[in-house]
Design a protein around this ligand. Structure first.
Ligand code: ATP
Ligand code: MG
Length: 363
């Protein structure tokens, strides 16, 4: 079988343009080594430069251009000096998320040797979790409104909307993911002691889905104590699944507990592969450091590893490529060139090259 995987490459704005070449260098090295054929197509849109030139973030036919792709490899979007963030974000990433039904937001959080966790006493290997956030519904609905606006009686309401399908599919994804991991454990974030209608219902869905995975252990924890435990006992978590809002919070908190934002990768998945999934670093375009070639390329590279893993699931080559990239990242973090956010003075390029070299050399 010789599948060619089509990848749309969108570097976007700011340091997205600096870390993307390092992402591609690593991904291409791993693809070569494990015999994965990639067809990369670069696009200059979904960027604020494109907006400045055309008045829109993307061309009219963006969906047609991307629909045949297997994945989107995305740098970062946003340049508030020329385009307000809500326009750049809603005009690109959030469109992909909704129109390509990328209902899983997946973020690993791991501690590494050579990277100091802000949590005192945390060492390499202490934290190794996957945060699964529901990405399309829940608390981030636009259902609601303001009554008696401008009067002393003003009332504002915004509904959380959970569908059975939307809830079951994210829970299922989390349990499937746990099955592939050593500890096989899922923590379900909830707040059923305070939110009295939707969260008990969410708990019931979790119990139902959990019942179909007897080989996966699970528990549920209220979001408040769960946040506290992320800081106090992060080593106890394996897969954590949460609604859109709770997941948003946890998926920033988890990676924050492990070190710099320059390491954190993410995937926005349509697991059924009806649409392309998107892989991007958690960080933004970082205007404050752009243009100096000092951004940490690891988040971009690691996102690329997640992309290869997702693409070839089944054949195993993608998993091997993923593991080789992560091993190279670990090795460079432990004893290799470090960018400034890690306390070193290497450039983006130097750190990226060191990682790519390890990926190729191990062949
Ligand atoms: P977003 O637009 O995603 O909400 P933001 O604009 O608030 O995020 P970022 O662009 O991620 O934030 O930058 C936050 C801070 O982290 C900045 O000071 C930035 O320089 C730093 N930072 C972000 N990414 C990296 C990176 N890859 N390497 C080093 N520093 C980074
Ligand atoms: Mg930003």
């Amino acid at each position: 079988m010789n599948t060619t995987y089509k990848i749309a490459v969108l570097a976007g704005d700011g340091i997205g343009k600096e870390v993307m070449p390092e992402g591609l260098r690593a991904v291409s090295a791993a693809a070569r080594r494990f015999g994965i054929t990639l067809e990369l197509t670069e696009f200059d849109w979904a960027s604020c430069d494109y907006y400045a030139a055309t008045g829109g973030m993307m061309p009219e036919d963006w969906k047609a251009q991307l629909s045949g792709m297997d994945a989107i490899y995305f740098g970062a979007v946003g340049w508030p000096a020329i385009v307000p963030d809500h326009i750049s974000l809603w005009g690109s990433l959030l469109k992909f998320r909704r129109e390509f039904d990328q209902y899983i937001n997946l973020r690993p959080a791991q501690t590494f040797e050579g990277v100091r966790s802000p949590l005192a006493g945390r060492a390499a290997g202490d934290i190794d979790m996957m945060i699964v956030r529901e990405n399309t519904e829940g608390e981030y609905s636009s259902v609601g409104g303001i009554m008696y606006e401008g009067t002393p009686h003003e009332i504002v309401m915004q509904q959380a909307v959970f569908s059975r399908r939307g809830t079951e599919r994210v829970l299922k994804y989390a349990f499937e993911l746990a099955r592939t991991r050593a500890r096989k454990h899922v923590t379900v974030a909830t707040k059923s002691n305070g939110i009295s209608i939707s969260m008990p219902w969410w708990d019931a869905r979790a119990a139902e889905v959990a019942g179909t995975y007897p080989d996966v252990a699970w528990d549920k924890q209220h979001i408040d104590i769960l946040c506290a435990r992320f800081v106090l006992q992060p080593q106890r978590f394996d897969v954590v699944v949460a609604s859109n809002l709770f997941g948003d919070i946890l998926s920033d908190l988890g990676p924050a507990c492990t070190g710099t934002i320059g390491l954190a990768p993410s995937a926005n998945l349509n697991p059924e592969r009806n649409f392309p999934s998107l892989f991007e670093p958690v960080h933004g375009s970082a205007p404050d450091i752009y243009g100096k070639n000092i951004a940490n390329p690891v988040a971009m590279i690691w996102s690329g590893a997640m992309m290869l893993d997702f693409l070839t699931k089944g054949s195993g080559a993608g998993r091997q490529a993923h593991d080789a990239i992560v091993a190279a990242i670990k090795s460079v973090l432990a004893s290799g060139p470090h960018t400034g956010d890690l306390g070193g003075n290497a450039s983006t390029t130097e750190m990226g090259q060191a990682i790519a070299r390890l990926i190729s050399d191990a062949a």
